[in-house]
Design a protein around this ligand. Structure first.
Ligand code: PEP
Ligand code: MN
Length: 282
């Protein structure tokens, strides 16, 4: 590759001109849904697409409760090779079908360069998983697609590295990037990860790109996801993405962090309630 990626003799000064804050914030459109505008958006759906019934039932329910984008994994980055790896192309088709039935755009992960074309044929937004945040070959190729990208923060990535990954996509020609904080690795193992909400506030100051939060992977714990979603919006996130399953006990992946339909409805109601008052000292 010897176009805009050609190695320059001069080393860069570390600045990230394309992602850095400008007066105007960027709104990323996922079909007809604006991310980064006045209203926060909620994306929801199963961790993995498992069957037509499971993804359709989830899609209809989250749509009824107020979600505007359907999520669902067909290519799953699993820690163990013996864990469910996703339905692949069949999963993409079922996700597309469920999104169409519920009139929602769909977002799904693309794990490898080889899968970009088929995933782009079925999805409205392409997710770069946390483990792939610094897969620069993948980022370069995604920069050449016309679809918006959901760029998850790597579990051990600094804010600067996360923004530099986004810079790759903008530099390659795709300006539609939404950043997603999904928890980082710290000394504390009380939860699956540590939700870095301060980074969300910070990144909102550093970039014009929209930023969303995934409290499902950040915490791994169903009972606190609604509270963390609320905190994310309070700190300035442009939306949240959460995992929902009609029967989490039977989920093929991430059941413990999947909201039941009722939990999701409760989360949506909670997002609409104003923050508590502050005792006045006057
Ligand atoms: C997911 O969204 O299902 C997922 C695997 O997320 P992450 O890459 O953040 O772990
Ligand atoms: Mn998951």
């Amino acid at each position: 590759m010897h176009d805009s990626w050609t190695i320059k003799k001069k080393t860069s000064d570390g600045s990230l001109p394309l992602v850095s804050r400008t007066a105007e914030s960027t709104v990323v459109w996922v079909r007809d849904v604006p991310i980064g505008g006045a209203d926060a958006v909620v994306m929801a759906g199963p961790c993995s697409v498992e069957s037509r019934e499971q993804v359709t039932e989830t899609a209809m329910a989250v749509k009824a409760a107020g979600a505007v984008i359907l999520r669902g994994g067909a290519y799953k980055p699993r820690t163990s090779p013996y864990d469910f790896q996703g339905l692949g192309v069949e999963g993409l088709k079922l996700l597309r079908e469920a999104g169409d039935r519920a009139s929602m755009p769909v977002v799904t992960e693309v794990m490898s360069e080889a899968d970009i074309d088929v995933v782009a044929d079925h999805a409205d937004m392409l997710q770069v998983g946390a483990r792939n945040m610094q897969n620069f070959a993948l980022l370069r190729k995604l920069a050449k697609t016309r679809l918006p990208i959901l760029l998850k923060r790597g579990p051990s990535a600094t804010v600067k590295e996360w923004l530099a990954a986004a810079e790759y996509i903008l530099h390659g020609g795709n300006g539609s990037v939404v950043l997603c904080e999904r928890g980082i690795k710290t000394f504390d193992n009380s939860l699956r990860n540590t939700l870095d909400l301060a980074a969300v506030a910070l990144v909102k100051e550093m970039t014009h790109l929209p930023v969303v939060v995934d409290p499902s992977h950040a915490t791994g714990k169903r009972s606190i996801i609604g509270k963390c979603a609320r905190a994310a919006i309070a700190v300035g996130a442009d939306g949240v993405i959460v995992e929902v399953h009609p029967r989490p006990d039977e989920a093929w992946s991430d059941g413990a962090q999947s909201l039941k339909i009722d939990d999701f409805t409760e989360m949506m109601a909670g997002l609409a309630v104003p923050l508590r008052g502050v005792l006045s000292v006057r």
